[in-house]
Structures are given as structure tokens and as C-alpha cells.
Design a binder for this molecule. Structure first.
Ligand SMILES: Cc1cc2nc3c(=O)[nH]c(=O)nc-3n(C[C@H](O)[C@H](O)[C@H](O)COP(=O)(O)OP(=O)(O)OC[C@H]3O[C@@H](n4cnc5c(N)ncnc54)[C@H](O)[C@@H]3O)c2cc1C
Length: 552
């Protein structure tokens, strides 16, 4: 790949397995206590301190303007992924618009040009370039196979015709990464998607998208009226643009997870500040038991999400390649957990969630919108499961599946039920608070469920979204749980059980909740009301409007 950016090598630990998360889908949990959670050294963190200080001051600038003020538009190849994730976490906490602008510019622009661009276009990686990524269109939406934007061959290059929606940084970009078909749109024609780097020109027209969310990220509708580009503007291979696009989206997914984590941390901190000030019925609101219960869950869930995001970044650094499965899981977990966190912080603010400069309700909406840049959660659930079973699916429905680690005499379902009903597993097994044994058993059960679904649906498995959803949601809980375990383990080794007490408490609360959620997903895989739901939905489409009224 020409111009691939060098990245600071980083060793997490020789003991961290590359396939830590892929293994979960095969029912394998391979942890032996020697794993080390990735930490940032004080000197590395200090290198970002000037940025963080400016970030705290520059409250009035957002989006690309803030990135320019922070010197973050410049190429930086010296940052580890972990440091990058930490930076974006801070951006997400300060202003989600700025985080979104950074992710589009950095992961979906600069990195794609560096990794897939020809030597002729590498000079566009100069300090003042602003990149945007243009894939989504109005009619096919997120379905890339239906892209209508057409790159018409002309001489030694191409003319680009088409209209893209929802282009972050679209108002300010100097360059657009554009996904276009390279065969005309006619029935039976495969699109042969190709990615191009298109500079701003009079043939590129921008119109702002009217939207209530992420106001400073310069989201625009961009029309390409025959913009001419040379063949050197192709990113990656002609007709194989999907590969480049997927690698960009995979990069973006980790950073989006970090931004969402930052927004959740900020919402948590704002809530604690508010609860410390607010009094009702003669006492601080924070003293009500039901408020305390929510605060505890908020902290434990935010901590758990951050653990997964940092671990995925650390693994990326240690092994030098991005695994789309890890990043998909992180992004899905970020969306799920932040939805719970931000809903609770909104509730705990009372009416104050809807007033002030940056309200909690606004933070909620911005963060939900962030989780759409790379596609919807529903599509991501299927992506994660299909990616995890890619090898299995290659072998067809008759494939012989790898054996589970060791047989469970009473059958996995029985074990899960016994675990649940008796709760006899000591919570101090493995890393304290992390219920290692339960994690092991539930992971095995995930492996069984994947096998079962896969063998019973055969080739239809690809279409079986009900199963994808439950498998993905169980797997993401186990992935977060595993990350918490490795983080607590490392912290205990670093500062002893006494020093890590607060983290252990948070882990205990999270893993208890995760166990409950995973068990529910498994239960619904075998006993569910899918047919009932499908029937209701089908009729809803036929009705077209709300079908129940009180008129006799
Ligand atoms: C703030 C923001 C910034 C964005 N920035 C960019 C950008 O810079 N560049 C760019 O190209 N795009 C960008 N987008 C667009 C984004 O990629 C799309 O919104 C996203 O891919 C979803 O496409 P859609 O909105 O057309 O939804 P649709 O495809 O219309 O989907 C609507 C809903 O249908 C369901 N659905 C869709 N597909 C599936 C499926 N396969 N399985 C199950 N359910 C499904 C989901 O519930 C989904 O939410 C941005 C979006 C937002 C909100």
C-alpha cells in the first residue's frame, strides 16, 4: 500500500491474544491471568496536555475551526491508537461535533489517502487540507451496493456525477473521498464501486443539511457536476473501492466508540455535579436511594465501556492491524451502553436536562447521531455476526465445526440455568468482581448457540437477523465483561486489591448486570415471540396508519 503511515509500535503484552474477541463466538475464553491491559505512560499523556488545556478553554469554537485551533488537522503519525482513542474521548466529552469532524477528516479521509492513495496524491496530506467522506446517498441510504454516483471514464481520468447526503465536514472540505460506481446504473450491472479523491472545484456544489444535531460538524449535501479527476485519484484498486471504504469505516468505528465514551463520561460528570448541588424535599437529591442506584450503574457502565474501547485500541497497537470484528463490537457496545447512560443522566437532571447552553438532552441527541456515521446499529449487529462466522460460512452448512473447549456434562443450557438460579459461583473468582467462571460458561454457551443457529439455518443464516441481533448483543456484553476482567486484573497487579477496590466494585456491578442481559439473549434465542412480532409488523405496513381507535 503506497504511503502507509508509520505508527508508533506499542507492546501491550505478548500474552494478549489477537483472537480474544473472535474466540468468544467459538465458545473459547482464553485468559490465564497474564494479560495486561494497555495503559498510557505519563509522558505520552503529557504530550496531549496542551491540546486538552486548549480544548477546555475554546468553548466557543466547534468542528473544523476547533480542530484547526488545536492543530489537529495536521498529519500526526506518531500517535498510538490508544493515544488517538484517548484524544477523541476528550473531544467527544468537550464537543461531539468536533469529535465527528475529526473522525471524518482523520479516519475516513487522511488515513485512507495515506494507506490507499497513489504517490501522486500524497501531497494532499498537507497541513491545511480538510477531508470529507462521501458515500451515503438519498435513495439507497446506507446500502452501498445501490450507489448511483457515477464515475464516467474520460481520457486518462473520470468525470464524477452524483449527489451525496450527510457529508460531515462537507461545508469546509478541501478534498472529498467519494464512493462512485464505475459501471452505468442499468439493470443487471454490478456497480463496481471505486473510491476517488476529489478536490473541491466549481463542479462540486455544497448545501448545508438542516439539522438540530452536531451543529458545528459542517454536514452538507454535495453535488458533483462532472468534476474531473485523473486516474491517480483512485484510492486502492479500480472497481474494488469497497475494500478501502470498509477499512476506513473500521478505523472510524473505534474512534466513534471513543467519542461516545467521552460524551458518556462528560454526561456522568455533569450529573454528579448537578446532584451535588440540587436539593429537594429538604435533602440533596443525590441522597435518594433510587438516585444512588442509577449513579452506581452509570459509573460502572461507563467504566466498562471505556475498558473495551481502550483494550481494542491497545490490541490494534500491539498487532498493527485492525480487526473489523473488534471495532464493530466496540461501536455496538458504545451505542448500547451510552444509550442507557445518557438516558439516565437526562432523567437525573430533571427539567434542567432541557435548559442551559449545552443540555443533557442535546448531548443525548448528538451522541445518538454520532453512532450513525458508520451505519445503523441494526445493520452493525448483522455485520458483527457475519464477520465472526465468516470462516464457518465459507465451509457451507455441512462444515465440521471446531470442537468446544471441553464438554459440559449437564449441557450448556442447564449450566446457565443452574448458575442463574443458585448464584453459587463466587464473585471473587478470577480477577475480583469479574465472575470468571460465569464468563467462561456463558462464553461456551455463546459458542453453542452460534453452532446451533448456524447448523439449523444453513445458508439462510445470512438472512436470519433475529438470531444475529441476539448473538451480537450477547457477544458484546461478553466482550465488555472480558475487557473489564483484564483491566481489573492489571489494576490489582499494579496497586493491589485494596488499591483497586473502587474499580472492583464497579466491575462487580457491571458483570452482574451483564450476566443478566446475556442470559436473556440466550433465552430468547430458543424461546421467543418472533413470529408474533413479524405478524404485527407486516400488518402495520399494510394498515399504513395507527390501527386502534376508540370510535365504535
Ligand atoms: C451526523 C451524521 C453524520 C454523517 N456523516 C456522513 C459522512 O460523512 N459520510 C457519509 O457518507 N455518510 C454520513 N452519514 C450518513 C450515515 O452513514 C447514514 O445515515 C447511515 O449509514 C444510515 O443510512 P440512512 O440514514 O440512509 O438509513 P437507512 O439506510 O435509510 O436505514 C434506516 C433504518 O433502517 C434500518 N436498517 C437499514 N439497513 C438495515 C439492515 N441492513 N439491517 C437491518 N436494519 C436496517 C435501521 O433501523 C436504520 O436505522 C452521516 C449521518 C449522520 C447522522
Amino acid at each position: 500500500m503506497p504511503g502507509a503511515s508509520p505508527r508508533m509500535p506499542r507492546v501491550v503484552s505478548g500474552e494478549i491474544k489477537r483472537t480474544l474477541f473472535r474466540d468468544l463466538f467459538l465458545g473459547r475464553l482464553r485468559v490465564d491471568g497474564s494479560e495486561v491491559y494497555p495503559l498510557i505512560s505519563p509522558s505520552e499523556l503529557a504530550s496531549l496536555e496542551p491540546t486538552f488545556t486548549q480544548l477546555r478553554k475554546a468553548e466557543d469554537l466547534g468542528g473544523v475551526l476547533r480542530l484547526r485551533a488545536l492543530d489537529l488537522l495536521k498529519p500526526r503519525n506518531d500517535m498510538s491508537l490508544l493515544l488517538e482513542a484517548r484524544l477523541v474521548e476528550q473531544l467527544g466529552g468537550a464537543d461531539p461535533s468536533t469529535a465527528l469532524s475529526f473522525i471524518a477528516h482523520h479516519a475516513l479521509g487522511r488515513k485512507l489517502v495515506a494507506s490507499y492513495g497513489t504517490p501522486e496524491i500524497q501531497p494532499t496530506l498537507r497541513d491545511d487540507s480538510v477531508f470529507a467522506f462521501a458515500m451515503t446517498e438519498a435513495s439507497p441510504g446506507s446500502d452501498a451496493s445501490q450507489v448511483q454516483t457515477y464515475a464516467q471514464p474520460e481520457g486518462d481520468g473520470f468525470r464524477i456525477f452524483g449527489r451525496k447526503h450527510w457529508v460531515t465536514n462537507g461545508l469546509f472540505a478541501t478534498h472529498f473521498v467519494v464512493v462512485a460506481r464505475t459501471t452505468p446504473s442499468q439493470p443487471g450491472n454490478k456497480p463496481r464501486l471505486t473510491a476517488f479523491l476529489v478536490p473541491s472545484s466549481p463542479e462540486v456544489i455544497r448545501e448545508p443539511v438542516r439539522s438540530d444535531v452536531l451543529p458545528a460538524s459542517g454536514v452538507a449535501e454535495i453535488s458533483f457536476h462532472g468534476a474531473l479527476v485523473p486516474k491517480e485519484a483512485i484510492l486502492g484498486e479500480y472497481g474494488k473501492g469497497f475494500r478501502a471504504v470498509m477499512s476506513g469505516l473500521s478505523e472510524a468505528r473505534l474512534l466513534l466508540s471513543a467519542a461516545i465514551t467521552g460524551a458518556s463520561i462528560r454526561a456522568y460528570s455533569d450529573t454528579i455535579e448537578r446532584l451535588n448541588q440540587r436539593r429537594a424535599f429538604g435533602r440533596p437529591v443525590g441522597n435518594f436511594p433510587s438516585v444512588q442506584e442509577r449513579v452506581a450503574v452509570l459509573l460502572s457502565e461507563t467504566f466498562a465501556l471505556q475498558s473495551l474501547v481502550h483494550l481494542v485500541a491497545g490490541i490494534g497497537d500491539a498487532f498493527g492491524t485492525a480487526d473489523p470484528l473488534e471495532r464493530g463490537l466496540a461501536r455496538l457496545a458504545a451505542s448500547r451502553i451510552s444509550a442507557r447512560v445518557l438516558d439516565a443522566t437526562r432523567e437525573l437532571h430533571g427539567a434542567a436536562a432541557f435548559s442551559g447552553d449545552v443540555t443533557q438532552s442535546r448531548r443525548w441527541a448528538d451522541t445518538r447521531a454520532l453512532a450513525l456515521l458508520d451505519g445503523s446499529d441494526l445493520a452493525l449487529e448483522s455485520f458483527v455476526v457475519l464477520e465472526a462466522t465468516r470462516e464457518l460460512r465459507k465451509g457451507g452448512p455441512q462444515v465440521s465445526l471446531p470442537p468446544l473447549p471441553s464438554p459440559l456434562p449437564e449441557g450448556p443450557k442447564g449450566v446457565v440455568e443452574r448458575l442463574w438460579s443458585s448464584r453459587h459461583v463466587s464473585p471473587t473468582e478470577g480477577a475480583p468482581g469479574c465472575r470468571l467462571r460465569s464468563l467462561e460458561l456463558l462464553t461456551r454457551e455463546l459458542g453453542n448457540q452460534v453452532r446451533h443457529q448456524f447448523t439449523s439455518h444453513g445458508a439462510e443464516f445470512v438472512e436470519h437477523q433475529h438470531a444475529h441481533r441476539r448473538i451480537a448483543n450477547a457477544a458484546l456484553e461478553l466482550a465488555v465483561w472480558l475487557s473489564v476482567l483484564i483491566r481489573v486484573q492489571t489494576e490489582v497487579q499494579r496497586v493491589s486489591t485494596v488499591g483497586a477496590e473502587r474499580m472492583i466494585d464497579a466491575a462487580n456491578l457491571f458483570t452482574g448486570g451483564a450476566e443478566e442481559r446475556v442470559r436473556r439473549q440466550f433465552e430468547h434465542l430458543s424461546r421467543n415471540e418472533d413470529e408474533l412480532r413479524d405478524r404485527i409488523a407486516r400488518r402495520a405496513y399494510t394498515d399504513g396508519t395507527y390501527p386502534f381507535d376508540i370510535v365504535g
